[in-house]
Design a binder for this molecule. Structure first.
Ligand code: MG
Length: 183
């Protein structure tokens, strides 16, 4: 199978894991979807690099403690590593900075950093997420995009259809992984 994507960028909450409250501040509250690793195994046929890009403004508002976020990150790295899934890095934005270059999605900051760190061709990469900001940043960088109806996806659907142009809208990450050849 050819590696058709340089990198697959994944949002975290609502994309690979549940997003019950809009933020998560402990490892005990952090749960992958039951199909997440089945989906990632399929997606790994199409790329050599996964990168997680996640807005965690709860750090700035005090809803999330950095120690807890780091504990969750370690857990995620370990779960990917166990299955030989090539997770290169988890990038997170800590604040509410708005603006085109901001680290917070739809700002392009995390992606520019990843591009420099791992020599990524963004135009040959894919962004998967459940929020309009995931689709907006994908559009800004000319990436392919897949919009998921998990997490907050159903709430954003109308706005995404109006303002963005996802290559595919999938019920969840598993469906996205199975349809990826068609985009
Ligand atoms: Mg999300």
């Amino acid at each position: 199978m050819s590696k058709i994507f340089d990198t697959i960028f994944l949002d975290r909450d609502g994309t690979i894991s549940h997003d019950p409250y809009g933020y998560i501040n402990s490892l005990s509250e952090y749960h992958f979807f039951d199909y997440t690793f089945e989906a990632l195994e399929i997606l790994s046929k199409y790329t050599n690099k996964f990168i997680i890009v996640t807005n965690q403004s709860g750090l700035a508002s005090g809803k999330i403690d950095i120690e807890n976020l780091e504990e969750i990150n370690s857990f995620i790295y370990k779960e990917f590593e166990k299955r030989n899934l090539p997770l290169k890095k988890i990038y997170f934005s800590e604040n509410y900075d708005e603006g085109y270059d901001s680290m917070r999605k739809p700002g392009i900051g995390m992606f520019v950093k990843a591009k420099e760190d791992f020599n990524i061709d963004l135009s040959k990469s894919l962004m998967i997420g459940d929020s309009i900001v995931d689709m907006q940043v994908g559009d800004r960088l000319d990436m392919k995009t897949i919009f998921l109806l998990t997490g907050f996806g159903k709430e954003y659907l109308a706005e995404v259809k109006d303002k963005c142009d996802p290559n595919f809208i999938a019920k969840d990450l598993l469906e996205a992984s199975k349809e990826i050849v068609s985009i």
